[in-house]
Design a binder for this molecule. Structure first.
Ligand SMILES: Cc1cc2nc3c(=O)[nH]c(=O)nc-3n(C[C@H](O)[C@H](O)[C@H](O)COP(=O)(O)OP(=O)(O)OC[C@H]3O[C@@H](n4cnc5c(N)ncnc54)[C@H](O)[C@@H]3O)c2cc1C
Length: 312
């Protein structure tokens, strides 16, 4: 029994094998720290297809040792002083995973709840992670990278994600003989919506459309089928006379290459901003912080009877 308990223990456990989780695991590995990543899915999840990266992202990717690999797969987007590329999620996730020791990511491992370790034998503040298959794992260090519906964030008592009020759909078009687009970020906008198209490599193009449900014909419901969503995007693009090649990119996207989602954010971003404000030496920020915020806002917060930052 004691042996079993020892076996189900790890020093560092990361929950979630998205870009954050796999990136953290690789960063730790580069520093000689072993970790285990628990991922609920049976394989790396690549929904979202691609995303824009700028200079800072490539600084991080260089530090992780995968920057040049990403450069070789993705065109540099022209215009502007920064190194900008539209990076495909599957290419980046695979590159990160390949650099990790075999077995670092444990698939089909969904965390359902977390407890403090009552015994705390030698583990200090160790946590007990309960998995969906009924097993448990003891972790000395727990790192939550489990996305917008994070079990770890809920356990920490962080606020629920906020709905930005906007909706987004994204797609991915493949051109086996090359797409012919210039390596530029093409942006289009209309009444209450914004769209963009950017080539990733020579044969892949990423596009998106974000809109407010209150815009003319805006769709509140994000459970639309990909086919309906494609028609919605095409109608929006036609309404602003978008170029034919943009319409073609949307039309040729496979149904499983179209994704619809509300845009949501974790309030942890607000905590980050608060930290930046607290530490800033910028004259304007200092004035606002010391003269305005500390006087007015702090008094207001202290008057709130249930104000509690103990769990942050
Ligand atoms: C400024 C900005 C711009 C963005 N632009 C784009 C864009 O252009 N295109 C785009 O697609 N996205 C975009 N995004 C969204 C961004 O890509 C996501 O924020 C990013 O993917 C989050 O990565 P993550 O690793 O934190 O979470 P995720 O990618 O959501 O990964 C979380 C992982 O945890 C796993 N998991 C969840 N719960 C559990 C559990 N209980 N147990 C075990 N595993 C679990 C999930 O299966 C998943 O693999 C943008 C975001 C920002 C902030």
């Amino acid at each position: 029994m004691e042996q079993q308990k020892q076996d189900a223990a790890e020093d560092v456990v990361i929950v979630g094998a998205g870009l954050a989780g796999v990136g953290v695991a690789l960063g730790l590995h580069r520093k000689g720290v072993r970790s285990v990543v628990l991922e609920s899915s049976p394989a790396l999840r690549t929904s979202g297809f691609a995303f824009m990266t700028w200079t800072n992202a490539f600084r991080a990717l260089d530090a992780l040792g995968v920057g040049d690999k990403m450069r070789s797969h993705h065109l540099q987007v022209q215009g502007g002083p920064h190194e900008a590329r539209c990076v495909q999620r599957n290419v980046l996730l695979q590159a990160l995973e390949e650099e990790l020791p075999a077995g670092t990511i444990r698939y089909n491992s969904r965390i359902v709840s977390i407890d403090d370790d009552k015994e705390k034998d030698g583990g200090g503040d160790a946590k007990i992670l309960h998995l969906a298959d009924g097993s448990t794992l003891r972790a000395k260090v727990l790192i939550g990278c489990d996305g917008i519906n994070s079990v770890v964030a809920r356990w920490l008592g962080l606020a629920k994600p906020l709905d930005s009020g906007r909706r987004a759909t994204r797609g991915h078009a493949k051109y086996s003989d090359g797409h012919g687009f210039q390596p530029k970020f093409m942006q289009l906008s209309g009444n209450g919506f914004r769209a963009g198209l950017v080539p990733c490599g020579d044969t892949d193009v990423y596009w998106f459309l974000t809109w407010s449900p209150s815009c003319p014909d805006g769709k509140e419901d994000v459970d639309q089928s990909p086919a309906e969503m494609k028609q919605f995007v095409l109608a929006k693009l036609r309404s602003i006379m978008a170029p034919d090649e943009v319409l073609d990119a949307v039309e040729r996207s496979e149904m499983n290459d179209v994704l619809v989602a509300p845009l949501r954010a974790q309030v942890v971003a607000a905590s980050y901003m608060v930290g930046r404000v607290q530490q800033s030496e910028h004259a304007v920020v200092r004035f606002a912080r010391d003269r305005l915020l500390s006087g007015v806002l702090a008094k207001g917060l202290l008057m709130m009877p249930d104000y509690d930052c103990g769990t942050l």
